[in-house]
Design a protein around this ligand. Structure first.
Ligand SMILES: Cc1ncc(COP(=O)(O)O)c(C=O)c1O
Length: 377
């Protein structure tokens, strides 16, 4: 079996480094090396200055594993496997979790590798969709429960979700954890947008802290605006599984980039400052989007997220979403992500509100919308 094309990444490969405005981005505003190094304390600066560029430990730098463990409540450094991006963590873990003959439940829409890679590994998949529901989104617990089988090996979730930013209530999350526990399935929880909740009371527990077969996946790429570090991680009490996943990593990156590991320690120690700067950008951008969508209610259905840095918006126009997105790129240089890359049948697109230049991109998008209405583009 060949692996399915990675539609999201292939779409971005076409435009990400040529179009002036990426309005569909899923990451926050980035930081420069100088800004990041400025956050560093004396100890970590000394490590940085004396760093030797040899191979690194496959599980990750021990100091970094400890710093990551400290972000959770019940784990130690030995419960952390550092990977080259969250993507490697997904790929490597699926080699262990997604065996032919077994079954997995995947909550969708999701970052494509969460379903493409298990399918490629030969496991049977049932998708359970987060659906539009009034002003927001909804995941039906009964549907999730009905999707479970005797041979369900794992449930894959991503809250806050990319692209909808849907965040379930604590009660629903507890029901999902119980469902996994009762069936003995692993709970693979992509928590890369955890900490983006606009109200801290909405923050869910990390899966690794509430279930011994919970696997929390995260990294520096999204909220911290540091995707160029290519650092992600898996955290779980199941160290046997982590060690097996680490053996797969020997065939992939083998080990992480030494400078990136030190830079990630700097970022973790400064993560409150990093998040605070990015939350300000998000708050400003969300106000602009509220205003924009209030004026364009005839054309769009806007579900305002209470977390995350992306929203999934319905275009209420007969133009197919791919054509709409292409016209916007070619007339205004603004890139939205069409919902078709998530295999979504309806006319949805992803818009991102984490970037500093979003106001300029939105001005151009507004001009495009006016042209569309005036001249039926
Ligand atoms: C939900 C989610 N998980 C994981 C990833 C992969 O992240 P990384 O860039 O660290 O490989 C992405 C990237 O877009 C994502 O949106």
């Amino acid at each position: 079996m060949t692996i399915a094309p990675f539609k999201i990444e292939e779409f971005f490969t076409r435009y990400e480094f040529s179009a002036p405005y990426i309005l569909g981005a899923s990451d926050a505003e980035t930081f420069s090396m100088a800004e990041l190094i400025n956050f560093a304390d004396a100890d970590i600066l000394a490590l940085w200055n004396h760093l030797k560029l040899g191979y690194t430990e496959t599980h990750g730098l021990p100091l970094l594993r400890q710093e990551i463990a400290d972000l959770y409540q019940t784990v130690k450094a030995q419960n952390v496997l550092v990977c080259s991006g969250a993507e490697e963590a997904i790929y490597a873990s699926m080699q262990l979790l997604a065996k032919p003959g077994d079954h997995a439940v995947i909550v969708t829409p999701c970052y494509q590798s969460h379903k493409t890679i298990p399918a490629y590994c030969g496991i049977e998949i049932t998708e359970v969709a987060i659906k539009p529901h009034g002003q927001g989104w909804r995941l039906d617990f009964d549907e999730l429960e009905n999707a479970m089988r005797d041979n369900t090996r794992f449930i894959s979730i991503n809250f806050p979700n990319n692209p909808t930013s849907y965040l379930p209530s604590a009660e629903l999350f507890a029901q999902i954890v119980k469902l996994a526990k009762d069936s003995g399935a692993y709970l693979l929880s992509d928590e890369i947008y955890r900490y983006s909740e606009q109200n801290i009371k909405d923050r869910l527990p990390a899966a690794c802290d509430v279930y011994e077969k919970g696997i929390s996946l995260s990294g520096t790429s999204k909220l911290w605006g540091l995707p160029g570090l290519r650092i992600g991680w898996l955290v779980s009490h199941d160290t046997t599984l982590l060690n097996q996943i680490c053996s797969v990593k020997n065939y992939l990156s083998l080990c992480n980039s030494a400078p990136s590991e030190i830079l990630t320690v700097m970022a973790i120690r400064a993560h409150e400052k990093i998040l605070a700067r990015n939350q300000k950008i998000v708050a400003r951008n969300l106000k602009l989007l509220d205003n924009f969508f209030a004026q364009q209610e005839d054309l769009f259905e806007w579900r305002r997220p209470n977390a995350g840095i992306t929203a999934f918006v319905l275009l209420k126009h007969s133009m197919p979403i791919d054509q709409f997105v292409e016209k916007l790129i070619y007339t205004q240089g603004v890139v939205l992500l069409p919902g078709s890359v998530y295999d979504y049948k309806e006319n949805f697109f992803r818009i991102g509100f984490g970037r500093a230049n979003m106001p300029e991109a939105l001005d151009r998008f507004t001009q495009f919308v006016h042209q569309l209405k005036e001249h039926s583009l």
